[in-house]
Design a protein around this ligand. Structure first.
Ligand SMILES: Cc1cc2nc3c(=O)[nH]c(=O)nc-3n(C[C@H](O)[C@H](O)[C@H](O)COP(=O)(O)OP(=O)(O)OC[C@H]3O[C@@H](n4cnc5c(N)ncnc54)[C@H](O)[C@@H]3O)c2cc1C
Length: 377
């Protein structure tokens, strides 16, 4: 589909994904209106850990995360402090021989895609992260991973979009129409393109989407610079992230540039109640302290929850969705939406203006799911 530079776009949602889409579309000359019902970057974007991580569960996930990581490094270049960006890298922790075999397989995959990584034997692991409990089998250091403070990055991206002419409307979209939206105050906004980037709330507007909320708990400590130096994630995290039902916790510890330690994370289906659950928090903290025992001595400052928008096949939905004329989706990013926001925005904008993308768009197209009712297919 080709577009003139005067084409207009509405973006529903100013989380990291909506902000990135607004930025990419405005940069291509579209007249962009962002509609947000709350504060900028206040949804899952505010709750997320901001870990920028290459994931390799399948080729499509690897392609999207690796490209997006490269875009983040470009974006943060020269302005790391504004994004609270750190190129700390990830160490995937192998608790036993079975997980070490998984680390080796992961190293092979990443290396074959040109991504820098290093297998760590126990001595090398403890030299890098002395706070880890004794007896671990080793680890895998993925050097290109990093972290940002997501709400700040959302503000920066939206600010860039506004510099390129985008406008922000405070309001709640209650209906998506052909080439437009209806707001709760009764007003209508029209545009040739409507991008739904409403995170876990996307199904409020399109209930048939194969996306469901996955609740997560996170906690943050006081400042303890040097307690850990890399993002630490147990290889068992992958099992937890893949679960399609029930509850799970996984060890995921992040050294914030402030010296604080961000502790994650949990996964729960079948709830949209954002209340912190002491039971889940206890389980998550105990599990984290089983990897880094010194954690139990640190002061916790705050804990919170958020809702990931989990698609049924684990990949986001990026592309046209013609149940309404002009409608496009950028949603379903589950626990990777901070990482993949920038590549999502480029993929979406490239499709809209008919440009070639750095990676194929097919694996992420909403059309991969059967949709019985396509009014304007
Ligand atoms: C506990 C937890 C930890 C995470 N950790 C990481 C991590 O380390 N790394 C990573 O990459 N990802 C992580 N994620 C995932 C990441 O946070 C999300 O994938 C990402 O923030 C999704 O961004 P979004 O813009 O799609 O959604 P959101 O941030 O939820 O934004 C959607 C916006 O749309 C607005 N909106 C919704 N409905 C309407 C409407 N009808 N009208 C107007 N506005 C509307 C909302 O108010 C909101 O601001 C984590 C998530 C959680 C919950």
């Amino acid at each position: 589909m080709s577009t003139s530079s005067r084409e207009s776009a509405i973006v529903i949602g100013a989380g990291i994904v909506g902000a990135a889409c607004a930025d990419a579309l405005a940069a291509r000359g579209l007249r962009v209106t962002v509609i947000e019902q709350d504060a900028i970057g206040s949804g899952a974007t505010a709750a997320g850990m901001g870990h920028l991580v290459v994931m390799d569960d399948n080729e499509a996930e690897l392609a999207l995360t690796a490209w997006s990581l490269a875009l983040w490094r470009e974006l943060a270049a020269g302005q790391a402090q504004r994004h609270e960006y750190s190129n700390c890298g990830t160490i995937w922790i192998a608790a036993d021989e079975e997980e070490l075999a998984a680390a080796r397989a992961k190293a092979h995959t990443l290396a074959s895609h040109g991504l820098a990584c290093e297998l760590l034997d126990p001595a090398a692991l403890y030299a890098r992260e002395p706070a880890l409990r004794p007896g671990l089998a080793g680890g895998l250091l993925v050097a290109g991973d990093g972290l940002v403070y997501p709400p700040k990055s959302a503000h920066i991206l939206l600010g860039r979009a506004r510099t390129n002419g985008a406008t922000l409307v405070a309001g709640s979209v209650v209906r998506i129409e052909d080439n437009g939206v209806l707001l709760a105050d009764g007003s209508r906004h029209q545009a040739s393109i409507v991008v739904l980037a409403a995170g876990s709330r996307s199904t409020t507007l399109l209930p048939e989407l194969p996306v469901q909320p996955k609740k997560g708990h996170v906690a943050v400590t006081d400042r303890y610079p040097g307690f850990i130096r890399h993002q630490l994630v147990e290889l068992g995290y992958i099992k937890s992230a893949h679960a399609a039902s029930g509850e799970s916790v996984a060890f995921n510890l992040q050294p914030r540039p402030t010296g604080q330690i961000l502790i994650g994370s949990s996964r729960q289906f079948d709830t949209i109640d954002l209340a912190v659950e002491p039971r889940m928090m206890r389980r998550m903290l105990r599990h984290a302290a089983s990897f880094t025992p010194g954690l139990a001595q640190l002061n916790l400052l705050r804990c919170w929850t958020g809702l990931r928008a989990a698609s049924s096949d684990g990949l986001p939905l990026i592309g046209p969705y013609p149940v309404r004329r002009g409608l496009w989706l950028a949603t379903g990013h589950e626990g990777l939406g901070i990482t993949t926001s920038l590549a999502t925005a480029q993929l979406l904008a490239d499709q809209i203006v008919g440009a070639h993308s750095a990676i194929p768009c097919q694996p992420y197209l909403p059309s991969r799911f059967d949709k019985p009712a396509r009014a304007h297919a």
